[in-house]
Design a protein around this ligand. Sequence first.
Ligand code: ATP
Length: 323
Amino acid sequence: MKRIAVLTSGGDAPGMNACVRSIVRSAIYNNLEIYGVMRGYEGLISGDFKKMDARSVSSILTRGGTILKTARCEEFMTAEGRNKAYRSLKKNKIDGLVVIGGNGSFKGAHTLYREHKVNVIGVPGTIDNDVGESDYTIGSSTALNTALHAIDHIRDTVSSMERIYVIEVMGREEAFLAIRVGLAGGAEDVLFPYNTYDIGKMCDDIREGRSKGKISWIIVVAEGAAKAQDVEKVIEENTGYEARSIVLGHVQRGGSPDAFDRILASRMGAASVEGLIKGKTDKMVGIKSDEICFIPLKKASIKDEKKTRLEKELYELTKVLAI
Ligand code: ATP
């Protein structure tokens, strides 16, 4: 192993830069040459590589986003696209590749390994925490805290104006952010995918709550479950009370990574380089009970059942505490 490359793929997540910094400096520390690939799999296909040195990652530890840029790349979903990517890697004499991204990126990385035997290690960088077998992903803690901060601010208005607020949070088809921000923010209810919810029943609860003196409500909606605006409308029509909806949107993706994500990114980045040096491939760096581990990419591409079970438990607790 003489020369490795790193790319960021899928949605950006706070801490991706901290991870790139860790990979670049760990590689140099281990006498490897290191290249950054621009715009994820797009740059792999077009051959957009740039040589990195220790200084090229100065001052990025605290910055959100990714200096390598990221993209969702349709062409990489095709065998021809992956052939081109493989040729770029060969042309640039890259012996190992680190892919920082989410489960989609890992499906791509696994296929690249399967078809071309590329030495590839994944590092989970996604706000959705939707990879298999790893307790956490880089960015999910910061995104959760950012969403919580926003909800705390909204709560001041909710209590003062005696209103019902419906707040939509990111997470694609996942519930990680919605469930946790609901519990941490003291929400009255959370609508999330893979849970059957009954808005009619929710409206009954709101009416009953009002009759018992409960004046303000926060309802968190995962983007994959419903649109906040639609829920707001149903509530107003069914209860006659004034409701407001807010979509937190991309606010949740940006910002400086928190301490947890910086430490996780630094550890996982260094572990990915170490893994490549030791001959590991087709694996994702994960963390379980605060210990670094390596998980087959195929398993890592599918969210594990344990996480879904935990989310349902956290939801039940949210409901108990909302009485
Ligand atoms: P996030 O969780 O932030 O959305 P992600 O990695 O899951 O990140 P995706 O858009 O699902 O984001 O995937 C990123 C890229 O990975 C895609 O644009 C595509 O290039 C590649 N990819 C995804 N799925 C596959 C697949 N089945 N085969 C080959 N490549 C894939």
